[in-house]
Write a protein that binds this ligand. Structure first.
Ligand SMILES: C[S@@+](CC[C@H](N)C(=O)[O-])C[C@H]1O[C@@H](n2cnc3c(N)ncnc32)[C@H](O)[C@@H]1O
Length: 218
């Protein structure tokens, strides 16, 4: 969190009301994993994800990093009835929490949850897209292990349609990108540097929450 104290709360109070389900999910996530509950995108960024889904008219979304379901629920809220979310995570216990919320809101049929290393899932997805068994995605959201961001971006470039959107979370890494020391900060900084000259995409790094980068595939 790199805002001045109180700013996120102010933004929250001056945006459309958040669905009470997100408070419920936050509480359940804090009980399930108190030390890492902050990994959820939260309601400001979550509402941005919903808005971008609606504005882009996305119906097929690929998510890297399900965790307990916060970002997935923001996508599901915005997806039309014929929409589908494919979400990847390696942690079965966290995904079980997400699954409970998907089904209690009647969204289970809109979700394809692949629980294994995301590298294996994307290899399978790329094979299916290449062989015509699966259509391209309209939007990808990258929020799993930071050291694999470049791999996930490369895969998303193959899996998302031209004109589609790739959203990448935590691209400021608590501001540590200014002086990257640990493995994650170095990986994120290298990812950001590579995008400066990446002419395949129109890119914008927004200082929202922990940094949210938007890429439209040209
Ligand atoms: C920051 S959390 C995702 C938060 C989620 N988007 C939300 O809003 O609640 C990152 C997730 O990536 C998952 N993850 C880490 N390494 C992974 C890998 N190699 N393959 C798949 N998922 C992985 C973790 O299990 C964790 O749930």
């Amino acid at each position: 969190m790199i805002f001045r104290e109180g700013i996120e709360k102010y933004c929250d109070e001056h945006s459309s009301l958040s669905d009470p389900l997100f408070r419920e999910l936050e509480e359940e996530t804090r009980a399930f994993a108190p030390k890492v509950a902050h990994m959820q995108v939260g309601t400001i960024e979550g509402r941005l994800l919903s808005l971008l889904t609606r504005l882009s008219g996305a119906t097929r979304i690929l998510e890297f990093g399900t965790f307990t379901g916060c970002s997935s629920l923001h996508f599901l809220k915005a997806l039309p009835d014929n929409g589908k979310l494919t979400t990847l995570d390696i942690d079965e216990k966290a995904v079980a929490v997400a699954r409970k919320f998907w089904s209690s809101h009647g969204w289970e049929s809109k979700v394809e949850s692949l629980v294994q290393d995301a590298h294996a899932s994307v290899s399978m997805l790329i094979e299916e897209v290449d062989s015509g068994k699966r259509p391209l995605f309209d939007l990808a959201f990258i929020d799993a292990d930071k050291s694999s961001y470049e791999d996930y971006f490369r895969a998303s470039m193959k899996l998302v349609k031209k004109g589609g959107l790739i959203i990448v979370d935590n691209t400021l890494w608590s501001g540590d990108v200014l002086n990257p020391q640990d493995k994650a900060a170095k990986a994120i900084h290298a990812f950001n540097e590579a995008r400066r000259t990446d002419v395949r995409v129109e890119s914008l790094l927004l200082p929202i929450r922990d940094g949210v980068s938007l890429f439209q595939i040209l």
